[in-house]
Design a protein around this ligand. Structure first.
Ligand SMILES: [Zn+2]
Length: 85
């Protein structure tokens, strides 16, 4: 199966899992839109080493209701799988 080496969304960086979930301009905009839509005032994933680090930091700062909202959009049960790739 042929694989494009650069991100197909921005064409500015290698297409890695981290780039697609955290670093890509389009990913960052998507996170911003989703968090705004949920009314969750948590910074978008940015300088964390992994998405799981962001998740853990965010859930510590969020209310219970915000945690439920985050869990519904991130499907936290699959984060371990994503981080392992
Ligand atoms: Zn990109």
């Amino acid at each position: 199966m042929q694989h494009h080496p650069c991100c197909l969304l921005c064409d500015q960086a290698p297409e890695t899992m981290r780039h697609l979930l955290m670093d890509c301009t389009f990913a960052r905009q998507t996170w911003h839109e989703v968090l705004t839509w949920l009314g969750v005032q948590i910074p978008t994933p940015n300088n964390e080493a992994t998405l799981m680090d962001w998740w853990l930091r965010s859930t510590q700062a969020a209310t219970t209701l915000q945690c439920k909202a985050l869990a519904s959009v991130t499907e936290t049960s699959s984060l371990d799988d994503l981080e392992a790739q």
